[in-house]
Design a protein around this ligand. Structure first.
Ligand SMILES: [Zn+2]
Length: 295
């Protein structure tokens, strides 16, 4: 299989997948349960989510491994099962994706802050190395170090992936506030800073996911494109900013049609890989697929 960056270099726009968490909940996952444990306790349900995205036309299917570092799993007493859970996550997505789609494994933040002395860099590195090695062993060909807000944690994760696996690696940050000089993560990181530090750490692809809807995400894509003219860019916008109703229900405003209509704008801004994050599902991906095919 050609790598994602080779496909992008050949002029392709790739379609990635959408949200996972709400579909686990829809299949019966209760508050307080460990999502990654579902790879072992409910493999059929997890596999169904991956299959749903493959069927919707995604070129790239992710994995149920966002909280798969030992740090996150330790909240559930599952730290010692990190390798087993991550390998299972990758196997389920590979089985659903088949040999011709990418399995891009999800690697989320640990919840520990290096700057605060919560953890050492060596401990973070070891956790990301264990996760990445298991994801590759389970059949992933790529991974996304995603929803990151701190440069040092993301750089440690990217190095752990590059130095211990052959996975193609995306470094994707979550930009959630607009300063006078552009978008910033919760830790104050700009797209320009992320681009420089992640390329230095060895990332193949730069990305942005979560928090922003399509229109704001196009601004982030443009900033990343300007900072790294030759690097593929992935965006996974949310289905807009969630609206909370009086009855407590949370609704995401961007329909599949709205997100699909933003595809050309995201591509014009510099995005090469387009999927979705919170509030998106297979119908969003199906609509984005059609929009990409029509470009
Ligand atoms: Zn999200």
């Amino acid at each position: 299989m050609t790598s994602m960056r080779e496909a992008v270099a050949g002029g392709k726009v790739l379609v990635s997948d959408g949200g996972w968490g709400s579909f686990l909940v829809a299949r019966g996952m209760k508050p307080g349960e460990c999502p990654e444990f579902w790879c072992i306790s409910h493999p059929a349900e997890v596999g169904e989510i991956a299959a749903m995205y493959a069927e919707a036309g995604a070129d790239i299917v992710m994995t149920n491994s966002f909280g798969g570092t030992t740090f996150k799993l330790s909240h559930y007493g599952l730290a010692e099962r990190a390798a087993e859970l991550n390998a299972a996550a990758a196997r389920l997505s590979r089985a659903a994706a088949g040999p011709d789609r990418h399995v891009m494994a999800s690697m989320g933040p640990t919840g520990k802050i290096l700057m605060m002395g919560d953890v050492t860099e060596a401990e973070l590195y070891a956790a990301f190395r264990e996760q990445a090695v298991a994801l590759e062993e389970g059949g992933a060909d790529a991974c996304s170090v995603e929803t990151m807000s701190a440069l040092d944690e993301a750089a440690t994760a990217v190095r752990a992936v590059r130095e211990n696996t052959g996975l193609e690696v995306v470094a994707s940050f979550t930009y959630d506030s607009r300063s006078p000089s552009g978008w910033r993560t919760m830790m104050g990181v700009s797209p320009e800073q992320a681009a420089e530090a992640m390329l230095e750490a060895g990332a193949h692809i730069l990305g942005a996911n979560c928090s922003l809807g399509s229109a704001e995400m196009a601004e982030v894509a443009a900033a990343l494109r300007a900072a790294a003219p030759g690097t593929p860019i992935l965006v996974h916008p949310n289905a807009g900013r969630p609206v909370q109703h009086d009855d407590g229900r949370i609704e995401y405003p961007e329909t599949p049609e709205i997100m699909a209509s933003a595809t050309a704008r995201l591509v014009a801004a510099g995005a090469n890989i387009i999927g979705g994050c919170c509030g998106t599902g297979p119908e969003h991906i199906r609509a984005i697929r059609a929009a990409v095919d029509a470009l």
